[in-house]
Design a protein around this ligand. Structure first.
Ligand SMILES: Cc1cc2ncn([C@H]3O[C@H](COP(=O)(O)O)[C@@H](O)[C@H]3O)c2cc1C
Ligand SMILES: O=C(O)c1cccnc1
Length: 352
């Protein structure tokens, strides 16, 4: 699907449902606005769903898994084989986010959008765009056509979850090297020096970080990605995991389902989606602020403030899953709490 076709399918959040949700919050017998961002989230989700009386009982986490050719340049602490190992653990329920997701009642959907190898427990041919990306220090990481296919996969995965009855989706990724691609994209889109947008990812040392910054700077210099052309940026210095997540955010708009932003990588994807189709922001839900430098800057660019500040930088969708129990608490108060009218003066009289 081309971007202009996708754009036509995304409408703004529904104002009437948001007003109804805002009204309901005002009647709940508690101090006004006292649940802060939780109230705001409930109101916004009502607008996404075009319904003020919604539930979030079925929740899923979509984890885009892909390998990045730039790993050949020594920008990561571990090798690309870790992508497939952790991805396989998603299917066994043993990865970090699976343990967190179990507590939060979240079903995990790992998608092999571009891993170097097939992993029988999760690889599905129809979702696999390529066997890893190319090394962007040498050549563009992927083709424009591959970016478009990855975006389509993201949209399709959201369609499927919506059809299955999922009511909210969290975003996650697994792809060794994807903080390098994400820092490159962030630096181009935000017009910021690479140094300010680049961190240690999954545990680089200081010398590794220096190398990572140099590699990103050289890649940007070589390809001159056009900031105003998101597909160009994604194809030159991006990754299939990031492009797949761009599709998930766009899919949220198309299928009117809230999509929770995770950390640094997911925020980069959200920013790409927002720049492609600004209306899809209406369907994004913020979660935490990544410890990676650039995490806060990205949230600022998206116009969101985080619900959680836990200094997390795990990826896999861990921050997005982490916010779900809080959303549950807010929603349960919204749905179940007595109104001022229900606890009215007559009841006070009964107490005496
Ligand atoms: C064992 C392990 C499990 C992970 N789970 C998420 N990530 C995180 O680290 C990767 C990004 O960092 P970098 O760009 O430095 O490779 C991503 O795959 C991300 O989700 C992991 C990384 C490792 C090593
Ligand atoms: O914030 C993130 O998404 C992140 C940071 C470091 C490593 N992996 C993921």
């Amino acid at each position: 699907m081309k971007i202009d076709e996708i754009e036509k399918k995304i409408s703004e959040a529904d104002q009437e449902s948001m007003e109804a949700a805002g009204h309901r919050w005002k009647t709940v017998a508690k101090p006004l606005d006292s649940l802060g961002k939780l109230e705001e989230a409930v109101i916004r989700i009502a607008g996404m769903k075009k319904c003020a009386n919604f539930t979030l009982d079925r929740r899923g986490l979509i984890i885009m898994c892909g390998d990045n050719g730039i790993v050949q340049e020594g920008v990561t602490q571990t090798g690309s084989e870790v992508t497939a190992i952790v991805a396989n653990n998603f299917t066994k329920g043993t990865a970090s986010v699976c343990i967190m997701g179990k507590l939060a009642g979240v079903d995990i959907f790992p998608i092999d959008i571009g891993m170097n190898v097939d992993v029988p427990s999760l690889t599905q041919k129809e979702y696999k765009v390529a066997y890893g990306t190319r090394n962007f220090l040498v050549e563009p990481a992927i083709t424009r056509e591959e970016v478009e296919r990855a975006i389509s996969v993201g949209i399709e995965v959201v369609r499927k979850r919506k059809e299955e009855g999922y009511e909210i989706l969290a975003t996650g990724e697994m792809g060794i090297g994807n903080t390098t691609t994400s820092s490159a994209i962030a630096s181009v889109l935000l017009d910021e020096p690479v140094e300010r947008m680049t961190g240690k990812g999954a545990g680089l040392d200081q010398a590794g970080l220096k190398r990572k910054i140099e590699v990103i700077e050289a890649g940007i210099k070589k390809h001159q990605p056009k900031k105003e052309d998101i597909l160009d940026v994604l194809s030159k210095v991006g990754g299939l995991d990031v492009a797949g997540l761009v599709g998930v955010f766009l899919g949220g708009g198309v299928y009117r389902i809230p999509i929770i932003i995770d950390g640094f990588i997911s925020s980069v994807a959200a920013l790409c989606a927002l720049q492609l189709v600004p209306r899809c922001r209406d369907y994004m839900v913020p979660s935490h602020v990544s410890k990676e430098p650039g995490g806060q800057h990205l949230l600022d660019a998206l116009g969101f403030s985080p619900l959680l500040t836990c200094d997390m930088s795990l990826g896999e969708g861990s921050g997005a899953v982490g916010v779900i129990p809080l959303l549950d608490m807010g929603l349960q108060v919204y749905r179940k709490m007595s109104t001022f009218e229900e606890i009215n003066v007559n009841r006070y009289e009964e107490l005496k």
